[in-house]
Design a protein around this ligand. Sequence first.
Ligand code: ATP
Length: 254
Amino acid sequence: MAKQPIITVKNLVKNYGDFAAVKGISFEVYEGEIFGLLGPNGAGKTTTLEVIETLREKTSGEITVDGFNIETDKNSIKQRIGVQLQAAGYYPNLNLSELIDLFSGLYGIDKTPMEMLEKVALTDKAKAKYKDLSGGQKQRFSIATTLINNPRIIFLDEPTTGLDPQARRNLWDLIREIRDQGTTVVITTHYMDEAEVLCDRVAFVDGGHIIGIDTPDHFIDQLVASGFERKKEVKLANLEDVFINLTGKEWREG
Ligand code: ATP
């Protein structure tokens, strides 16, 4: 994989009044990778992402996204990224097809709703309203909306929270496909199994600092090399494997 940085963050600081949420962090995201920001609640992950997404002002530091400086080129950055909206961003009375038309119009981009819904396996829900979708369908739809402007990078904040095991695995496949088609993906998650199988590299954020950044494999190998051992012998399968084995791999929500 080419190790060309597409996002560069240097000494980012973000204060909310007297409270320092992000305390001088630096990292790079490489073009074409799935990059995970991991860490406890309140660590500063969402704040960091929102500054990079141009949704929040930084207190200090330097950020470059796809070659554009966040101070001088906010609009160029906005055109090159896709950000998942929170549920409240979707007009409740419009169906999926109408919502895609609306977003395409806002971006000034000519995309047919079916072309976008096809990417996330939702063509059969074109006439359904967002509020009537299942959790997994809502997540897939919101990922489709991030792709409308052919972004270079998409940002996904906890995209699999609350999903069943099939929906979660299918969403991982979708995120990998998006990466394989050339879009860089930045993701936050609290599920370490997810980060381990999905992310090419991860950064651990704690108390507003980055305390480690590497591939999941390297992190695990280093921990093992340091003498760490799990207390309990690990079984060859876990309860999630049982779940998938009993209920199948296919999407469950029609
Ligand atoms: P989580 O895993 O819970 O989503 P996070 O790592 O994304 O957490 P942030 O949402 O970035 O963390 O929050 C970092 C810190 O900044 C928290 O202590 C939070 O209370 C504080 N914070 C976030 N937004 C604001 C705000 N608008 N005003 C004041 N403080 C805020």
